[in-house]
Design a protein around this ligand. Sequence first.
Ligand SMILES: CC(C)(COP(=O)(O)OP(=O)(O)OC[C@H]1O[C@@H](n2cnc3c(N)ncnc32)[C@H](O)[C@@H]1OP(=O)(O)O)[C@@H](O)C(=O)NCCC(=O)NCCS
Length: 151
Amino acid sequence: MQDQITYFEVTEDIELSDGEIRDINVLLEQLSAKKISCSRAWIEEVARSEVFMAAMHGEQIVGMAILCPTKNLCTGRLGYIHEVVVHTNFRRRGIMARLMQMLHDRARALELDAIELTSDPGNKDRQKAIAGYLKMGYYQKDTGVFVYQFQ
Ligand SMILES: CC(C)(COP(=O)(O)OP(=O)(O)OC[C@H]1O[C@@H](n2cnc3c(N)ncnc32)[C@H](O)[C@@H]1OP(=O)(O)O)[C@@H](O)C(=O)NCCC(=O)NCCS
């Protein structure tokens, strides 16, 4: 199944179809209990300023993950990863692992020192993600805060 999945970066040059905008909103609903509906304009704004990776199956966006690179006086070049989600029908096929790998490759190219993300260990659903982050080499810095340190 993984070989039927393709990956791409959502950039300002890519015109998302109405279906793809809907797919992103479906993924956000699966990520958060809050009712979120993002407009095309907001998705394009995020794609313009952040590193927005997506996984496709046919014409459907089935996974996404976003990296926000920042510069911090105390901690140097830091990236934050958020909105990591894979469609319920496509989980456990290595999609999250691949999206995260792509973000790590970009982070290395941007010479980031570390990546930080948050995930609530008290949330049963998040425990699956946390198991994945730990397997990828993240360590727990604080309750709910996970860090990947580049050498
Ligand atoms: C967490 C999530 C993104 C994982 O996506 P996925 O594509 O199914 O994950 P992968 O197949 O790439 O799995 C990577 C690793 O994560 C861990 N993992 C993923 N799903 C798991 C599960 N159901 N149970 C236990 N571990 C799991 C494993 O360590 C796995 O490695 P392995 O397959 O070699 O054991 C997906 O379950 C999801 O969208 N959950 C809801 C949203 C969410 O919690 N996002 C994270 C916000 S911090």
